[in-house]
Design a protein around this ligand. Structure first.
Ligand code: 5AD
Ligand code: SF4
Length: 465
């Protein structure tokens, strides 16, 4: 039986009961996007969304396992809702990446036996069936596939925003960076059919969405595995057979004004992708290019397959092809074997590239990854000292860069009213800077010119031009 049929069956059971659900999403935008699909299915089943845990009849945790803390956080949360479960029989479902790790599922089984449903990253579409069974039989369900699930199309989706939307274009990762758990929990790369992607985006454009973010663990290797294993002909659609051709096709969709994508891998940043970004007016000229480390030696330990010099050459090549480009990045400090000299190399790249935005992480050991088995782990204090040094450099650079915005006129996609002040609107520049300004609410969803007047570290203030 298909998801749709189970959705109908659950709908029958929960009818007129006004049951509520609450989702807590951890981690990246791919998880956010999965949660929107979960929300879509639950809404069709007749459940109503609530922001409060206490009100919920169905509590759902969509987990992440990329870095630590998430585990303690999750166990803390499940511990807290035990009483609620006993008092009102709230259904507790836990899904996402962490559930693909055997030791975590074991721990839940032993220490939190009142959890009803445990589901993985390949079994999202089976959630309606799992919920139906819980409502009917009240027996604990574990629905996890340890092999690669196929890409399931056509799940309903309830989006969190009505201007910006993300669209998953591929699942999984083949790169096995040695710090990273993702390839073990999300499986091998599988690209979605270009036809389905375009139809989804056309539909979004019709509904008034202006900005699309294409998502994948390694977006710029879209359709690569299919090309390598000879399946490209089955998937190719109207000449779309790569990430570059997909970008060009999305750029043609009327109504969509901004196109973003995360995350690409520097090693797969081919010339056709650079040229597509240059040629496509709607593709954002802020490129997220995860560096991870600036040291060639550490990059080798990390299995990143590029050197410091190759990364810098790539940045220069992109800059010379697209003069207005700016970059954001991810950096890990304290990977096993990282010396002071290696860390200096990271600072050196940061100084050279002058990133617009930096996401900085302290290396966190992940069970099952090669990094965890390496002997030369870095002491916590050293990791923290390096992290603080990097953070300080990042903040200095961002403050300096912000200064350069003052007096310029920026095209800003207006997102809504400011959280702190109802009378102000907020939006973002193409370089993802938050801009706050006074204007009429009718501008929400439009792209407007804003003169930047002042900078405040995490946002800019401006006025309508
Ligand atoms: N420790 C710290 N940071 C990590 N990331 C991935 N795995 C780890 C880890 N084990 C970071 C990388 C990646 C981002 C999403 O999370 O920088 O690009
Ligand atoms: Fe993890 Fe590397 Fe794959 Fe990104 S490319 S998901 S960091 S293994």
């Amino acid at each position: 039986m298909e998801a749709k049929e189970y959705i109908e069956k659950v709908k029958e059971i929960v009818k007129n009961k006004e049951l509520k659900y609450h989702i807590l999403t951890m981690g990246c935008q791919l998880n956010e996007n999965d949660s929107e699909k979960i929300s879509g299915m639950l809404t069709q089943m007749g459940y109503i969304q609530t922001d409060t845990v206490e009100e919920a009849d169905l509590l759902l945790y969509n987990t992440c396992c990329v870095r630590e803390n998430a585990e303690e956080k999750l166990f803390g949360k499940i511990g807290e809702v035990k009483k609620q479960k006993e008092q009102k029989g709230t259904i507790i479902a836990i899904g996402g990446c962490m559930m693909q790790e055997k030791h975590i599922v074991e721990k839940i089984k032993q220490s939190y036996p009142y959890v009803d449903i445990v589901f993985g990253t390949h079994t999202l579409h089976k959630l309606p069936e799992d919920i139906y069974k819980i409502l009917n039989e009240r027996k604990r369900i574990e629905d996890i596939l340890h092999i690669d699930g196929e890409v399931i199309e056509g799940l309903p989706i309830k989006r969190n925003d009505n201007i910006r939307a993300s669209v998953t274009i591929m699942n999984g990762c083949n790169n096995f960076c040695s710090y990273c758990i993702v390839p073990y929990v999300r499986g091998r790369e599988r690209s979605r059919n270009p036809k389905n992607i375009l139809e989804e985006i056309q539909e979004l454009a019709k509904k008034g969405y202006k900005e699309i973010t294409l998502l994948g663990q390694n977006v710029n290797s879209y359709m690569r595995s299919e090309r390598e294993n000879g399946k490209i002909a089955e998937l190719e659609y109207k000449g779309i057979n790569s990430f570059a051709t997909l970008l060009r096709a999305v750029n043609e969709i009327d109504g969509i004004e901004n196109i973003k994508f995360i995350s690409p891998h520097p090693k797969d940043f081919t010339d056709d992708v650079i040229e597509a970004i240059r040629d496509c007016k709607k593709v954002c000229k802020l490129i997220h290019l995860p560096l991870q480390s600036g040291s060639t030696q550490v990059l080798k330990f990390m299995n990143r397959k590029y050197t410091k010099e190759q990364y810098l050459e790539l940045v220069n090549k992109i800059k010379s092809t697209i003069p207005e480009v700016v970059f954001s990045t991810d950096i890990i400090v304290g990977f096993p074997g990282e010396t002071e000299e290696d860390f200096e190399d990271t600072l050196d790249v940061v100084r050279k590239v002058k990133f617009e935005q930096m996401f900085m992480f302290i290396y966190s050991r992940r069970v099952g990854t090669p990094g965890d088995r390496m002997e030369n782990q870095i002491p916590e204090e050293v990791k923290h000292t390096r992290f603080n040094k990097l953070k300080q450099l990042a903040e200095e650079q961002i403050a300096k860069r912000n200064q350069e915005y003052i007096g310029t006129i920026q095209k800003v996609l207006v997102e809504g009213t400011s959280k702190n002040n109802e009378n102000m609107l907020t939006g973002r520049t193409y370089s993802n800077k938050v801009v706050v300004f006074e204007a009429d609410k009718s501008l929400i969803g439009k792209i407007v010119p804003i003169e930047i007047l002042s900078e405040h570290m995490w946002y800019l203030k401006g006025k309508i031009k």
